[in-house]
Design a protein around this ligand. Structure first.
Ligand code: UDP
Ligand code: MG
Length: 339
C-alpha cells in the first residue's frame, strides 16, 4: 500500500524508482526435446549472473510451459526442475498453441513475479538482451517489446511473408509493432490488466499495444535455432496471421460493404448504357461483358461470404467461453539456496 503510494508520488514527479524485481522467464515448449537442456543451461546461467549483479531478486525463476509436447520434453523439464529449484514447470493438458502457452505461463508467473519476460525455448532470441529489458523496467516501463534487428536467419519465404503481413496489419488499422515476436517484458501491473481480457481468440502482439501503460522497445539479434526445427508449421502461421487480423480489426467487414457499393455504382452505369442501347435499338450481344460481370460478382460474393464466415466462426467460439488452456501439472519449489 505504502509502496504503491510512493510510486504514484514518484510518477507525478516524472521519475519512477523501482525495487529490484523478482523476474520470471516464461518459456513455451512444444516438442523441444533437442533443445530444452541447453536452454535451461544458458537461461539458468544468465539468470544466476543477473542475480549476482543485483539486477534481479534471488527469488527469480525460469518457468517452462509444456504445450502438450508429444516427445520427451516434459520428462526432461521435470528432471531439470528436480535438479534445481530455480526452474518451474507448468504442463498444459494438450497442445493449445504458442499464444495460449505463453498466456498460461504469464498468468501463473504473475502470482510470484514483479516482472515476466516471455522468450522462446530455441535460444533464437538473444538472451543477453535481458539486461536492456530490465533497464527499461527500472526506468518505469510496464511493457517492453523486443524487436529483432534483422531477419537474415529466416528464409526468403518467411521474411517476405512477415513483411507483407505487417504491412497488411497496419493497413487494417492494427497497432502491431513490426518485427516484434513474443520476446517481451510485462510488469505485474500490466499482467493483471491483461488477465481482465477474457477473449478466447487471443493475439497478444496486437492486444498488448492497445492496453496503454508506459512502454519501451529493445533491439536484439536473432540467431538460427539452436536445435530441432520450427514448430510453426505453415498452417499454424496462417492461423496466427488470420487470428491476428480478425481479433484486432473489423475493417475487412467494412471493406465488403465498400466493395458492394463500388459494384453497385458500376452496375448502375452499365445498366444505364444498356437501357440507352436498347432504346436506340442497338442490341449488341455482350457475351464477354456478361461473363466477366458474373465471374466478378460471383468471386466477390464468395470472398465476402468467406470473410463474414470467418468472423461468425470467431463469434461462435467466443460465445462458448471455453478455457484458453487447461493446466495438467505444476511444479514449483521454494528456492532454499542462499546464493
Ligand atoms: N510453441 C508452442 N506451441 C506450439 C508451437 C510452438 O509452445 O504449438 C513454442 C516453441 O516450442 C518455441 C516457440 O513457441 O519455444 C516458438 O516456436 P518456433 O521457434 O518453432 O517458431 P519460429 O521461431 O520458427 O517462428
Ligand atoms: Mg524459433
Amino acid at each position: 500500500m505504502e509502496a504503491s503510494a510512493k510510486m504514484q508520488e514518484n510518477r507525478k514527479e516524472g521519475a519512477v524508482s523501482r525495487e529490484t524485481p523478482v523476474l520470471y522467464l516464461v518459456v513455451p515448449c512444444y516438442n523441444e526435446e533437442e533443445v530444452v537442456e541447453k536452454s535451461a543451461q544458458i537461461m539458468g546461467g544468465k539468470l544466476k549472473r543477473l542475480k549476482q549483479e543485483g539486477k534481479i531478486a534471488a527469488a527469480s525463476k525460469i518457468m517452462f510451459v509444456n504445450d502438450g509436447s508429444r516427445d520427451n520434453t516434459l520428462r526432461l523439464l521435470h528432471q531439470i526442475a528436480d535438479r534445481d529449484a530455480m526452474f518451474s514447470v507448468v504442463s498444459l493438458s494438450g497442445n493449445y498453441g504458442h499464444q495460449s502457452a505463453i498466456l498460461a505461463g504469464m498468468m501463473m508467473a504473475r502470482k510470484y513475479a514483479d516482472a515476466v519476460i516471455t522468450i522462446d525455448a530455441d535460444l533464437q532470441q538473444d538472451i543477453e538482451a535481458l539486461d536492456k529489458f530490465l533497464a527499461c523496467y527500472m526506468a518505469g516501463s510496464d511493457v517492453v517489446y523486443g524487436v529483432r534487428n534483422d531477419r537474415h536467419s529466416d528464409g526468403i519465404f518467411k521474411k517476405g511473408t512477415a513483411t507483407a503481413y505487417y504491412k497488411l496489419m497496419h493497413l487494417l488499422g492494427s497497432r502491431v509493432i513490426a518485427n516484434h515476436a513474443d520476446y517481451r517484458l510485462m510488469s505485474k501491473k500490466a499482467l493483471d490488466a491483461l488477465s481482465e481480457y477474457k477473449e478466447t481468440n487471443l493475439f497478444l502482439r496486437g492486444l498488448i499495444p492497445t492496453m496503454g501503460f508506459p512502454s519501451d522497445v529493445v533491439y536484439f539479434d536473432v540467431k538460427a535455432r539452436e536445435a530441432g526445427h520450427s514448430k510453426y508449421t505453415l498452417s499454424k502461421m496462417m492461423t496466427l496471421a488470420l487470428d491476428g487480423i480478425t481479433s484486432m480489426s473489423i475493417r475487412p467487414l467494412r471493406m465488403i460493404a465498400v466493395l458492394g457499393f463500388i459494384f453497385f455504382l458500376f452496375f448502375g452505369i452499365v445498366g444505364i448504357t444498356v437501357i440507352v442501347d436498347w432504346v436506340q435499338g442497338n442490341n449488341v450481344p455482350g457475351y464477354t461483358t456478361t461473363l466477366l460481370v458474373s465471374l466478378l460478382t460471383g468471386g466477390a460474393t464468395l470472398v465476402s461470404l468467406g470473410i463474414i464466415g470467418e468472423y461468425i466462426g470467431k463469434i461462435y467460439m467466443e460465445t462458448k467461453h471455453r478455457p484458453r488452456y487447461i493446466i495438467d501439472t505444476f511444479v514449483w519449489k521454494e528456492d532454499q539456496k542462499s546464493d
